[in-house]
Design a protein around this ligand. Sequence first.
Ligand code: DAH
Length: 365
Amino acid sequence: MSGPNTDYDPVEVTPLRADEVEAQVEAALAAVAGAADLEALKQVRLEHAGDRSPLALANREIGALPPQARKEAGARVGKARGMVNKALGERLAVLEAEHEERMLVEETVDVTLPTDRTLSGARHPITMMSERIADVFVAMGWEVAEGPQVEAEWLNFDALNMGADHPARTMQDTFWLEPAEAALVLRTHTSPVQARTMLTREPPIYVVCPGRVYRTDEIDATHSPVFHQVEGLVIDEGITMAHLKGSLDHFATAMFGEGITTRFRPSYFPFTEPSAEVDLICFVCRGIDADSCRTCRGEGWIEWGGCGVVNPRVLTACGVDPEKYTGFAFGMGIDRTMMFRHGVEDMRDIFEGDIRFAQPFGIEI
Ligand code: DAH
């Protein structure tokens, strides 16, 4: 049986020699002191205190020593490692504090600096409203159609059953373009887009047409020579007034909220037969306290636009077979819709282009 190896000289185990351990500690402390930032310190920790650092490896050698030599070597290496770890901890605290201070300086915002006060532009509320309206119909599978603002007289009037001497022509006071022989007008309504659509597409047709229109009106709180309408047109087999009513009720609810539907009053438009004026249930009083309501002024209803079943004469003029197809159409003022939806009292506010009017509607660029 062999006894403990009492002849073993611990000094001979190089990594555990006092001078070697001291040299490692010195090297480690110098490296710690020289670590300029947290990243460098991390590297120093790995090299001098990590699992593969000389001191950690020396520590492992202890087990190989004879028991009587272990205590001293253990104390030496333990103390050395303690010093290195302490230095690492202190340096870490210093570097972290420095880092934090630097971040505070670098990320400081000087709120007193002069700024670029140019306002960013706002999309016009009418543009946003037109898109919102179009979205209601696009969600039902309709398409958006557009036409030119300078329109052929024939499309603005004749194709819509308003002949040269039709009395309805005088209902809409028209801007004519020169020379007169060109027979061009600034379109007085969006209805010519109906004619253009029927002339260029095959039924079934489901289109919504928002756009700018012109009439020779004097400017006042409720009139402007330029304003906006939205036109709807459906041409398909078996279309009836019931489809029209359902579509407009959906449109009204989508724009003004649950419970806001429409009623029809008999009317006349040359391009529809029968024709109706569309009223909305007043979305403020809902027809319940109409007497004191400032929005509908006691009516319980708000006039919204015109509509009807497309006149077969219009279908024929636009190349659609009235024996096979029927359709409906409607037209509403977008400015008017915005005025009562948002409580705009003076139409001039819509057209003057003052950004202070547009801003409350939200800056969408
Ligand atoms: N174009 C008409 C106007 O400007 C509005 C209108 C009424 C359009 C009835 C329609 C309709 O499509 O069916 O006053």
